[in-house]
Ligand binder design. Structure first.
Ligand code: DAK
Length: 257
């Protein structure tokens, strides 16, 4: 399915969302965000997509940030609405009951870094640079970067990235836990390799485990552990639990739904 600035397609159990505005390094304006929102909804419902990969077109950028030209003359009210639009989409990505992988080939800056942070797994090519340079523009990250980045890499590194605006090279991003894997080139191939591995496993169990991690991170430890038990019990109401354990005992591969 093709919008003006987003391409969505599903093949081999993978849903691909491509941000397709390469002349502006895939910068996010309201049109891109509205279409991204629709694509995320489609990917979530699409039974042909067991894993979702988000990427940027053009080979130079994942996303170089929110569109600076679009933001230049915004009033404070318009800036608030713009930030909320992106935040709500990014929350939908975080909450999706499927694993979402960011395949980063080039710049992932500002709102692009924040989009990658909303995904579950990040794969970057060696040439990629990731950062939150908003303070060079007189603003600071408004698409949840001040919340997700310190949760992922810790407050010390996140505050340094905020204040220096430095574009962190891929190998350093890996060392600080900002990306899961760095590949010489073609991060899509690595993302697809992971997606194939993920697809062998129970989708309902992955969804419950992802939810336990996401929701547990918002809770005090012992509450989170209790919450895990409640969701663990839900796994025992699924066909996949019966199939997975029966298959193990029958010494055959599981055939999950
Ligand atoms: N917005 C609009 N256009 C962009 C862009 C962006 N973020 N990034 C790149 N482009 C455009 C360039 O203007 C250029 O367009 P033309 O001149 O060709 O028409 C084209 O993409 C190619 O870019 P360059 O010619 O600059 O390419 P270079 O290889 O020389 O440099 C670069 C690549 C990524 C280093 C450079 O383009 C760059 O520094 N881009 C800006 C990166 C950035 O600062 N990103 C953060 C944006 S701010 C909020 C608060 C904050 C935010 C949102 C909400 N609230 C509280 C409401 C902000 C979020 C952000 O993401």
């Amino acid at each position: 399915m093709s919008f003006e600035t987003i391409i969505y397609e599903a093949k081999n159990n993978i849903g691909y969302i491509t941000i397709n505005r390469p002349k502006a390094l895939n910068a996010l304006n309201a049109e891109v965000l509205n279409e991204l929102s629709q694509a995320v909804d489609i990917a979530e419902k699409d039974e042909a997509a067991r894993v979702v990969i988000i990427t940027g077109a053009g080979g130079r950028a994942f996303v170089a940030g929110a569109d600076i030209a679009a933001m230049q003359n915004m009033t404070a009210e318009e800036a608030y609405s713009f930030a909320r639009l992106a935040q709500i989409i990014y929350n939908k990505i975080q909450d999706m009951p499927k694993i979402v992988i960011a395949a980063i080939d080039g710049f992932a800056l500002g709102g692009g870094c924040e989009l990658a942070l909303a995904c579950d797994i990040r794969i970057a090519s060696a040439k990629s640079k990731i950062g939150i340079p908003e303070v060079t523009l007189g603003v600071f990250p408004g698409f949840a970067g001040t919340q997700r980045l310190p949760r992922l890499v810790g407050t010390g590194i996140a505050k340094e990235m905020l204040a220096t605006a430095r574009k962190v090279p891929a190998d350093e991003a890996k060392a600080i836990g900002l990306v899961n894997h760095v590949v010489e080139e073609n991060p899509m191939a690595k993302a697809e390799e992971l997606a194939v591995e993920i697809c062998k496993n129970s989708m309902s169990a992955i969804a419950l485990g992802k939810r336990a991690m996401n929701e547990g991170m918002e809770m005090e430890l012992k509450k989170g552990i209790e919450h895990e038990a409640a969701l663990f019990a839900v796994a025992f109401t699924t066909e996949d639990q019966r199939e997975g354990m029966t298959a193990f005992l029958e010494k055959r591969p599981a055939n999950f739904q």
